[in-house]
Design a protein around this ligand. Sequence first.
Ligand code: ADP
Length: 484
Amino acid sequence: MTEMVRKITLSRAVRIMQNLFPEEYNFYPRSWILPDEFQLFVAQVRMVKDGDPSWKPTFIVKPDSGCQGDGIYLIKDPSDIRLAGTLQSRPAVVQEYICKPLLIDKLKFDIRLYVLLKSLEPLEIYIAKDGLSRFCTEPYQEPHPRNLHHIFMHLTNYSLNIHSGNFVHSDSTSTGSKRTFSSILCRLSSKGVDIKKVWSDIISLVIKTVIALTPELRVFYQSDIPAGRPGPTCFQILGFDILLMKNLKPILLEVNANPSMRIEHEQELSPGVFENVPSLVDEEVKVAVIRDTLRLMDPFKKKRENHFPDIYMDRKHRFPPVSDRMSSLKLQLSKLSIVRSQQLGKPLASKEEPPDSDLASASAGGASPEGHLPSICLKQVFPKYAKQFNYLRLVDRMANLFIRFLGIKGTMKLGPTGFRTFIRNCKLSSGSLSMAAVDILYIDITRRWNSMTVVHQDSGSRWGKEEGHPVVTKPNLGLFARVQ
Ligand code: ADP
């Protein structure tokens, strides 16, 4: 997963889907991979500028391995890219900069939403009903050569803005430089914004992004955890970073495989004296995500159906819900959560089965000790809305076929025999395509595919190693696309 959501890999995965379904995947800014696509970037920008001289774009350059805003900068022209030395050693993504974000209190902000990928097969996705909104600390102005380097104006990263003198720590979830997303929605709703639609668009964005990630993930997954064998199964909490445009359209900025789960922040008590203090906003959102993930994933849940040890009471005692400590906001939030749980995803028609079937018993109260816990925050969105999105799972179905013809489970490369079997079983060899031609086709495609294999020298986790060098091996899934 860490590999799949790196900036370059994510851009590639989304681009495959943008090529197939341009309308559906227009929530991701147009991106180019550097250094490979530098010439393409230059040529495409020049072409659009020639056609429309009034077009004055801004681009954002983001190092592939960077996080927390590290190494990010804005440019007005491809010639401003800092090529010297850095790109070869530090590949990056250059992306269209969203110039008109929605502002609150004149400040740019983004949304961190937590998404639980509960299982890949069958695909199960849950979204946390609340997230975090992280604010810039300098009033926003549209990009201009004189303000491009104002990071506190353009970048919403908490890790950067915390160092600004204007950063506001707040004990309230609806003020300050970090707020709950629900407080933003509350505010937008009071101004007449259709927040049902905003949520529905966000849910679509999340489902479509996961659908873009699953094909390769599926191949990687079976190579590590072959199906049918007893062993571990995996889940992942992902952090989705989303920007709302002025017209309220959500834009995907990035996906984090290891989102921070810190629930405290550093505070300068007196000059030079720092202390970690609890952050109520982080607690409000993150504790609920972890708690519900554990409730959903708990492998012993069924066994405990009629027998509940006192551990629950202990846990509750040790971890009182944050909202209990925030009495002034509690009423407002609970009202909002009732409204939102009714609204969340309404415009999307759900499948017939109860959406939160896994959680229904947990939240029902009554005999269940989990009834003592605060109400659930993770909302199932897939398969709940599967009907509307299944047509996008084209590459996913190719991945399934690919895995079927791999022969030996646990590998990622389809060999010539597997390829022949695929051609034969799918009755593609009749007529002009002889088996000899199939073998030549295999060699040709494999050669081309190998030249596209990505090698990351500085990558964090690896899929394979060659002569001591880390190598990210890609599944040769492209074989199927070429045949089609
Ligand atoms: P990092 O992993 O370093 O945090 P991000 O992709 O999240 O990198 O970008 C950092 C910040 O830059 C975002 O939080 C957002 O405020 C801003 N940003 C990133 N991409 C864009 C974009 N295409 N348009 C406008 N702002 C962006």
